[in-house]
Design a protein around this ligand. Structure first.
Ligand SMILES: Cc1cc2nc3c(=O)[nH]c(=O)nc-3n(C[C@H](O)[C@H](O)[C@H](O)COP(=O)(O)OP(=O)(O)OC[C@H]3O[C@@H](n4cnc5c(N)ncnc54)[C@H](O)[C@@H]3O)c2cc1C
Length: 426
């Protein structure tokens, strides 16, 4: 059972148990074991941590017969209950929705638990899907950001093709993925395998289904021309259409409105399903801090403490970190959020105990992009390779991730189960 919030202690409140926050809470509670005046409180509106990197697999997971048990298994495959990770630690988990942050009063307000004061605050509330206020998009599209989004997509595909089969409909069916970044590309490449399986189950010809990726930028993925060219080639092999430098301007009556970047060449692309992966924005709660970076994130120093808010630390998608090596802002990636956690935990501990602070130095270990089934690309700086071995690398990373949060046997069991679900449509 969870430890309760102890009002007599000084609180280090960690907002959000995602890639960064959960790890901060785990590491910090260990470091502060001998400091009984302090209590680490991890807060999340959900009771589970999400490993988002494999969400595209959830959205395209195939089961010959979909039952409640399958859906439970699916949703549990890339989520870990917070109590499993924090078991045995002296940190307190509070399942509640943060409604506001008041820096001058040093308090956080929750939907159910009222106001809790903090000595230190860690802001790791992540990002939300950005629909850019485009008419019809938010109301009619499927985002892919949360476990519920992934499950909703999977179920919608099942339901759509079951209905078409029952009504014997064989007209062309268009799926458009809005956004050709990491998430959009990985998801799109997994659709053909899913459709192939569904076509056998619901007796239709897979050529009835057309998948198109619409990318605003000039290249797919956003890791340079070489990765983009390889991705376009893979799209071709999988029968996926793709357009770059194309702006989505609205969505209505199963038609996506698009134009060139300069607003010319307005046209429509048929889309019975629109999957929206075209952007994120920082959690709206960050607006409770009056001074923010232009990106909407908290400016941070090299030790990840907020520039304008002493004793507030930010990480992951909430921190505006300048990368001195590449002379640009760091991208919003789970890999980097994970790296930032030990630095934040160390620096809060160091502040309390009078030890030396550490600077965060980003490490780019390369990107592994899934392009359908067991075909993966690995990209690091100027080096790009592709194929089956990259799939093994990615699966190894999945295991490392689970193992870093769970005991060995639990992590192994979870990983094995997860991989078995994912290979069903490869
Ligand atoms: C589909 C998808 C695939 C991705 N794939 C990769 C990948 O392969 N590699 C990679 O490096 N990155 C990937 N990313 C990016 C990565 O997931 C994010 O960069 C990372 O999750 C950011 O970590 P974080 O700790 O800042 O926030 P998150 O991990 O998003 O965690 C935020 C937490 O805050 C909680 N929260 C939010 N609002 C509230 C509130 N009001 N009250 C209480 N709790 C709240 C949420 O429930 C959540 O648990 C992917 C993202 C998506 C959506």
């Amino acid at each position: 059972m969870y430890t309760k919030v102890d009002l007599d202690k000084k609180h280090i409140v960690v907002l959000g148990g995602g890639y960064c926050g959960l790890r901060v809470a785990k590491i910090l509670s260990k470091k502060l074991e001998k400091y009984p005046d302090y209590q680490v409180i991890l807060v999340d509106k959900k009771k589970i941590h999400l490993y988002a990197s494999d969400l595209y697999e959830i959205a395209t997971a195939y089961y010959p017969k979909v039952t409640q048990a399958c859906l439970r298994e699916l949703s549990g495959s890339i989520t870990i209950p917070f109590d499993e990770v924090l078991k045995g630690s002296n940190s307190c988990f509070l399942r509640d929705n943060v409604t506001s942050i008041n820096y001058s009063r040093k308090t956080v307000t929750f939907k159910n638990s009222g106001e809790i004061p903090f000595e230190y605050l860690v802001v790791t509330l992540g990002a939300v899907t950005n629909f850019y206020n485009l008419p019809g998009v938010k109301e009619n599209s499927f985002p892919l950001k949360t476990i519920e989004d992934g499950m909703a997509l999977e179920c919608h595909f099942e339901q759509t093709f079951r209905e078409r089969s029952e009504k014997n409909i064989h007209t062309p069916f268009h799926i458009v993925v809005g956004g050709g970044g990491f998430t959009g590309v990985e998801y799109a490449c997994e659709i053909p395998g899913f459709i192939k399986k569904l076509s056998k189950k619901y007796k239709f010809d897979p050529v009835e289904v057309k998948v198109t990726v619409v990318q605003g930028g000039p290249e797919m993925v956003g890791l340079g021309l070489e990765v983009s060219v390889l991705t376009m080639k893979r799209f071709k092999d999988l029968g996926i259409d793709a357009v770059c430098s194309t702006r989505i301007t609205g969505y209505a009556d199963n038609q996506l409105e698009v134009s060139n970047k300069d607003g010319t060449n307005k046209r429509q692309i048929p889309a019975e399903i629109l999957v929206w992966t075209a952007g994120i924005e920082p959690n709206p709660l960050l607006k409770d801090f009056p001074i923010l970076h232009e990106s909407g994130c908290l400016d941070v120093e090299s030790n990840l403490e907020a520039t304008h808010y002493p004793k507030v630390y930010a990480g992951g998608d909430n921190a505006a970190v300048f990368d001195v090596t590449h002379h640009s802002m760091l991208p919003k990636l789970g890999l980097l959020a994970v790296q930032q956690a030990p630095v934040i935990a160390h620096n809060i501990w160091a502040d309390i105990t009078g030890k030396e602070q550490k600077a965060y130095v980003p490490k780019f270990k390369g990107f592994i992009i899934a392009l359908g089934g067991k075909f993966f690309i690995y990209h690091k700086e100027k080096q790009t390779s592709m194929g089956f071995f990259q799939w093994i690398k990615r699966r190894k990373f999945d295991f490392w991730y689970f193992r870093s949060l769970l005991p060995f046997m639990k992590a192994l069991k979870k990983w094995w189960k997860t991989e078995n679900i994912f290979v069903q449509n490869d």
